[in-house]
Ligand binder design. Structure first.
Ligand SMILES: [Fe+2]
Length: 299
């Protein structure tokens, strides 16, 4: 085992579910594992597409100006479909995927059923290699990072993501996951730039952000960038490789679990936000970890 490889069991929990509305109770406390920053891996949880839906699996379907097709189920708002006449089929697929994710939350994360909010799901059709080739290092998700939204400050709210590999040709999605958040924060905090309330105010005023960036949002974005810019950390930092085959799904708090998507194509993804107060262990949230290290409130 290479020196920088973290223990697989400390990073990944495997669950046997085959059904999005499974009722069989698992002995594993899924919420506790997620809140510790682990990835929940469901090797047999497939999202089956109809023959007609399989014809949608082509990168040409995505608006060239966008990374993915995305859907806000509560507003029934679909964006990023480039081919005329395909909107209805894509919307139906994503609405059905959203309902499956809601059912999964009810069955394995029932503690969150009333508090997860602002769902958005995405249909990701480009191979990771194509996205990496045409973008800057900041947008290169083959580098380990934690998620932070540049234009949408979230004031400490958690980013919960459910992923499913729908590759029709048998190609795995290959990830790396990194160290626990408290260790990551201690490593990078000393390098992060100062927060300026004035610059945050200005960025909001001119429309760079949708609301004013909090100190927390500033630190998370800085950490995202500092991780990606550190090639030594990328190569030799603590990490574990994982393969997600077609027909498998996985869940993590992507603001907490360092992750890198190395290769793969065709995926469905559902994002929810969760207030820190709705967690069973709020002290595990990036917000509370950073506040404890800095001895001050950050929002
Ligand atoms: Fe990410």
């Amino acid at each position: 085992m290479p020196e920088n490889e973290i223990n697989r069991e400390s990073a990944i929990v495997t669950l046997p579910y085959q059904d999005w509305s499974a009722t069989s109770p698992s002995s594993i406390d899924a919420v506790a594992a997620l809140e510790q920053g682990k990835v929940l891996f469901f090797p047999h949880l497939a999202f089956n597409l109809t023959e007609a839906e399989k014809t949608l699996l082509t990168p040409e379907l995505v608006d060239p100006k966008r990374k993915n097709i995305s859907y806000q189920p509560e507003q029934q708002k679909l964006t990023g479909v480039a081919i005329e006449g395909k909107h209805e089929a894509v919307q139906k697929l994503l609405a059905r995927h959203h309902r499956a994710c809601q059912a999964l939350v009810l069955s394995i994360l029932p503690e969150y059923r009333h508090t997860l909010h602002t769902p958005t799901n995405s249909l990701r059709l480009h191979p990771i290699s194509a996205w990496k080739a045409s973008n800057s290092w900041r947008k290169d998700d083959t580098r380990l990072h934690v998620d932070a939204f540049p234009s949408r400050p979230n004031y400490g709210e958690r980013i919960l993501r459910i992923f499913t590999n729908i590759n029709p040709a048998g190609e795995n999605r290959h990830w790396r996951v990194g160290e626990p958040f408290p260790e990551l924060a201690q490593r990078f905090l000393p390098r992060l730039g100062r927060y300026s309330p004035f610059i945050s105010w200005l960025q909001d005023k001119v429309g760079i952000t949708k609301t004013r960036r909090s100190h927390y949002d500033h630190l998370m974005l800085q950490m995202h960038d500092a991780m990606k810019a550190d090639l030594e950390y990328q190569k030799n930092g603590p990490q574990q490789a994982i393969e997600f085959p077609p027909g498998s799904s996985w869940i993590c708090f992507s603001d907490q679990t360092p992750h890198a998507a190395m290769s793969g194509q065709f995926m469905l993804e559902q994002t929810f936000l969760l207030p820190v107060a709705a967690m069973k262990t709020p002290q595990n949230s990036p917000l509370k970890v950073l506040e404890a290290l800095l001895h001050k409130p950050l929002i």
